[in-house]
Design a protein around this ligand. Sequence first.
Ligand code: NAD
Ligand code: MG
Length: 400
Amino acid sequence: MNPNDKSADGRARSPRRLVILGATGSIGKSTIDLIERNPESFSVVALAGGRDHAALARVARALKPEFVAIRDEAAYSALKQALEGTNIQVAAGREAVIEAAVRDADLVISAIVGAAGVEPTHAALEAGRDVALANKECLVCAGVPFMRTAERLGVRLLPMDSEHNAIFQALGGADPATIERMIITASGGPFRTWSKEAIEKATVAEALNHPNWSMGPKITIDSATMMNKGLELIEAHHLFGVPAHKLDVVVHPQSIVHGLVSFADGAVTAGMGAPDMRVPIAHCLGFPNRMTAPTPRLDLAAIGSLTFERPDYERFPALRLALDALAAGCGLPTVLNAANEIAVEAFLAGKIPFGGIARHVAGALEAATADGTAREPANVAEALGVDHIVRERSRAVLAA
Ligand code: NAD
Ligand code: MG
């Protein structure tokens, strides 16, 4: 689906009612920063977070939503106590996060990390809510069912990931048949210039030290392995309906050009901006209009030069695995996503070396292909079933 297919339709209410899933994370905080600077434009109706009850309570006291959900049931009483004396309803657990997702709103910000975001984000779509999607794992785990639901209900899935947001803007309502290539850029991460041997042994601190972006730990590790770019190609395939052979990655260390579209007549349009997630977030919050945001302005002369290089699949095998999973289709992206999440967790916990992440994912893809786990999920429930099997298996393999 080309999200540009839809014109302004009068659905916008003022102030715009928002739900923020993943309110205490990196994307959640950047979103809240923009909302707090434009208090007359937005009203936050519900918030959801994982387990940090103190941070969630702080955000809730500032934004005064109707409802706050925390995934971790053990955190319920602490959150409830912290919000005593307010009118805010508090609930905990899986169902509570889904309840937050389906509250009456104009836009749901999907910024939970990982496949944990799949169920609530899909519930929001099913309830007919427009969704601004930061959580790329939704489309990697269950891309076909997600796009089908959005299409069936005529709801918008606005790309909040910077590359996809840039492409969405660069498309400008073009006829999809005229697109020759769609290119997303990669910063190359902290190991862009490192040898294969050095990358294999990289420490957690080195992998968390991203040169351009400040993000949550999971996506930061995905950027270091370049799995993030692989997940983003799969995301682009579903969001824009472009086949795998038309998608490409180019390494661009300055992270100024985020995405490009090349057309049948040779014209190329690009989406650019300073590397600050508040730029694509503001675009989603304001869409179809533009809001004013206090983001850094781009000064190309001050930057001087923009450079581009091809990705190195030898040093970054995770990118190749994702491309192969995209090309093979079926349930392989679902398997890739689940195995990667568990491997990243194991690396962050010091249980496997950096090079072990891609090796583990490769093994999981082979195992799931051999035993039929990787068949095409017919719906979100089936995708989550595959996700669950692969997670359990990955945990067992990595604990052995
Ligand atoms: P983060 O780790 O900083 O935050 C994750 C949020 O999800 C937190 O609020 C956490 O409490 C919540 N959460 C975790 N597990 C949960 C669960 N089971 N139920 C409910 N809430 C849960 O992550 P982030 O960097 O903000 O990334 C969020 C998503 O956005 C990821 O999918 C990431 O790939 C995507 N994204 C992030 C950036 C970025 O700059 N951070 C850029 C593009 C895309
Ligand atoms: Mg991105």
